[in-house]
Design a protein around this ligand. Structure first.
Ligand code: F3S
Length: 395
């Protein structure tokens, strides 16, 4: 790989031990994937934030980095933490868990990382531009930024994202390169899709079919950005889709030639079968919405859905702190709380320790959550749209 004089110097330790170590990691990664140079990144998003995911070894690693003076060079946000960083006590998060989580956040803060913990950084102040190179880790955010915004990122691991943040660079390979952003197949959607959950079911089904390839969608011309984030998150979870195109919707779609590509039709039948497959429970102990983290429109939809009702089971909607502030101001949080629900910031159903909090069956409207909850949180899943989920916990 070609390295500039400055980069050679970093490897030799001219900027200190941590940058040298992190740069060697990026060079190794670039060598594996055949990168010929490093490119600057405009922003970074680091995963591996919840104590549940990284445990004591990860916590100690981050504290060690912070103690050695590691600082990030570009705007860097975090993936969701394991709890609401302000209301964790009221929501019933365990004290021992909270203490560890707060140590992790402190270490990130010392590195100048913005401790906004969200999988929708693009809704919370970290919005890349079209064709900007970035290094993000969270798979749903990678999908959204590549596909809906047209920014460019590979799916980074926690350590490679942290390295990119500290160096402000990433190796130039994969989805940073035009040639690698072409579609591999066409997904012809004939199914009727209405709710975010329907787009999650579509994403789950397509992810299973295409694995880590690049699909080009036709037939979803009315999808809004919430639908697209649900679609991308589910495809990234059930497969490893980091980029998709959608005719008439995503910014690179019109540049792509789909002639001669395999066509995979998706009808109402496939969507119905996906709902059947993902539903492993019937009676939720808790309903958790907001995967990926809810937009203000999704919080408003829940407020409307529960207004004047009395919820018999906990209902959370997970979001970023920024969206929660806006929801507070608009009175949505009050409406949801009056019904017995909560707007929960900074965390989500998968990275929080819900299995330690007495829940066994979780109701969700997300294909990604439905994919991970059984394995990560030992949960049975009720996968439905928002309207049906609220009905199940109010009757
Ligand atoms: Fe975000 Fe958690 Fe879903 S990180 S995409 S809310 S599983």
């Amino acid at each position: 790989m070609y390295l500039t004089n400055e980069e050679e110097g970093i490897i030799e330790g001219e900027q200190g031990e941590v940058p040298a170590r992190m740069f060697r990691l990026l060079v190794r990664l670039g060598d594996i994937y055949g990168a010929d140079r490093m490119i600057p990144v405009g922003s970074v998003q680091v995963a591996g934030v919840s104590y549940k995911s990284i445990g004591d070894p990860g916590t100690e690693f981050l504290e060690d980095m912070a103690a050695k003076g590691a600082k990030v060079k570009v705007l860097t946000y975090l993936n969701p933490a394991g709890m609401d960083l302000e209301d964790w006590k009221t929501l019933g998060f365990p004290e021992d868990f909270a203490a560890k989580q707060l140590r992790i956040m402190d270490a990130f803060k010392k590195m100048d990382i913005i401790i906004t913990a969200t999988c929708t950084p693009y809704l919370a102040g970290n919005l890349p531009r079209f064709r900007e190179h970035i290094a993000w880790s969270e798979s749903s955010a990678v999908s959204f930024s590549n596909s809906v915004i047209g920014a460019r990122t590979n799916r980074e691991g926690g350590p490679s994202a942290l390295a990119a943040a500290i160096l402000g660079r990433t190796p130039d390979y994969g989805l940073h390169i035009d040639e690698n952003r072409k579609p591999d197949m066409v997904i012809e959607v004939e199914a009727g899709l209405e709710y975010n959950a329907d787009f999650g079911a579509l994403g789950y089904y397509v992810g299973k079919q295409v694995k880590n390839k690049i699909p080009y969608f036709t037939g979803i011309g009315d999808a809004n950005t919430d639908h697209l984030k649900a679609l991308g998150a589910a495809m990234a979870a059930s497969g490893a889709v980091a980029l998709y195109h959608a005719e008439g919707l995503t910014p690179e779609a019109h540049l792509m030639d789909t002639q001669g590509l395999e066509v995979i039709p998706v009808t109402d039948n496939e969507i119905k079968e996906t709902y059947a497959k993902l539903n492993t429970g019937t009676d939720p102990d808790i309903v958790i919405l907001g995967c990926p983290h809810a937009s203000l429109r999704e919080i408003a939809a829940l407020a409307k859905e529960v207004e004047g009702k009395s919820l018999k089971k906990p209902v959370w909607i997970c979001t970023s702190r920024v969206m929660k502030e806006a929801a507070n101001r608009m009175g949505f949080t009050d409406t949801i709380e009056r019904a017995g629900g909560n707007v929960v910031a900074d965390t989500c159903m998968v990275v929080s320790p819900i299995e330690r909090m007495g829940f066994e069956t979780t109701g969700v409207n997300t294909g990604k959550g439905a994919n991970y909850l059984p394995g990560f949180c030992r949960q049975n899943v009720v996968f439905r749209n928002i309207h049906e989920l609220v009905r199940r916990v109010t009757e």
